[in-house]
Ligand binder design. Structure first.
Ligand code: TRP
Length: 357
């Protein structure tokens, strides 16, 4: 793998960095390897589609090598039983395939299956301090939301494991949402410290860049951030009737005329945005189309737009889940490829650390 065509200046902000990176990717997609992932905690929803899945497909189609990781070990940071893990993992593969992630070009795998990736956690733990891990705001938030009385050691250290997820394959671009930026920063620190300590002649690991998706944060039907755990999401695989029901129950406001004013009318603006993302129109135009149609008119329009946009994905997914064997095969082909990469990296890491006897 060659190094990225440009280095982003460090003084620029997240959004500027991403815009700069976008241009570099378009100029030479072959110089980039993207890795990103999701926790298998249930069916993926429209927030995922517009926030990250569409972006992955776009990168893949541009010619970037894309690896998509199913973070099954991250689900046990606050869970006590396997639950429906197996079905959730295979369902996630079906979601990926249905939205257009192509197993011929992209690699899908679960990190629990890639032994050499997991082994990188040990040396990486020696490169960070307890104090640094204690400061991670995303972990603090997750702990607060979990409602648990004490934090598991895995929740405390998973950002280090996430660095292994990224560095094992020398990914140089990581498409993620803002909440993942602290983990990315830690990954960069680990890469830098590893290089200083074990590879002073020349950097072994590159410091990957986050690629923030341009899609704005979508709210769920209750007006808070759309997420599986809040139960306010519209799953990609929901039926048309379920979608209609979910949208009918969405929070709006009493003003009759529909406008697009995200600050003053966040719930209405979110529905307008959802329709706009589905149809590819401008949100202001969508709002004008509904005009005096009120919340009822808006909801009918959003439901139709969503069902229209999701129809091909749902049809593809329904076919895919009928063939569980095929889903397993996609995953095991991805695992083989990830293992090959991880083993090569672990061999080199051992050599650099003088762990060869
Ligand atoms: N922590 C991510 C999430 O909760 C999932 C994830 C695991 C991930 N490993 C990753 C994301 C590596 C990007 C890169 O959504």
């Amino acid at each position: 793998m060659s190094t990225p065509a440009t280095t982003t200046p460090s003084h620029v902000t997240g959004a500027e960095r991403s815009a700069h990176l976008e241009r570099a990717i378009e100029a030479s997609p072959g110089a980039f390897r993207a890795l990103t992932g999701d926790r298998p905690t249930g069916p993926l929803h429209v927030g995922h589609l517009f926030g990250t899945l569409a972006n992955r497909v776009r990168l893949q189609n541009l010619g970037v090598e894309v690896l998509v990781l199913i973070a099954d070990y991250q689900t046990i940071t606050d869970r006590d039983a396997p639950g429906s893990l197996r079905a959730d993992v295979l369902g996630q593969v079906a979601d990926y395939l249905a939205v257009g992630i192509d197993p011929e070009r992209s690699t899908m795998f679960a990190h629990s299956q890639v032994e050499a990736l997991n082994q990188l956690l040990l040396p990486f733990l020696s490169l960070v301090s307890v104090a640094e891990l204690s400061r991670n705001p995303t972990v603090k938030d997750e702990f607060a939301t979990s409602g648990a009385s004490s934090m598991r050691a895995l929740m405390f250290t998973y950002p280090v494991h996430q660095a292994a997820d990224i560095l094992f394959c020398h990914a140089n671009v990581v498409p993620v949402g803002k909440d993942q930026l602290p983990h990315l920063e830690l990954t960069r620190t680990i890469a830098r410290r590893f290089n200083d300590r074990y590879s002073p002649e020349g950097s072994y690991f590159c410091e990957p860049d986050a690629l923030l998706s341009a899609a704005p944060l979508l709210l769920g039907v209750d007006g808070t951030k759309m997420s599986k755990s809040r139960g306010n999401a519209i799953p990609l695989c929901a039926t048309e009737d379920d979608t209609a029901r979910l949208i009918r129950g969405a929070k709006t406001d009493p003003e009759r005329r529909i406008t697009y004013e995200p600050d003053r009318r966040p719930e209405v603006a979110n529905l307008v945005l959802l329709a706009a993302l589905c149809t590819g129109e401008d949100p202001v135009t969508v709002a004008e189309q509904v005009g005096d149609g009120g919340a009822g008119g808006l909801k009918r329009l959003v439901t139709d737009a969503l069902n229209e946009r999701l129809r091909p994905i749902r049809l593809a997914r329904a076919e895919l889940v009928k063939d569980q064997r095929y889903l397993g095969e996609v995953l095991s082909a991805g695992t083989d490829r990830a293992r090959e990469i991880a083993e090569r990296t672990l061999d080199e890491v051992r050599r650099l650390m003088h762990n060869v006897y």
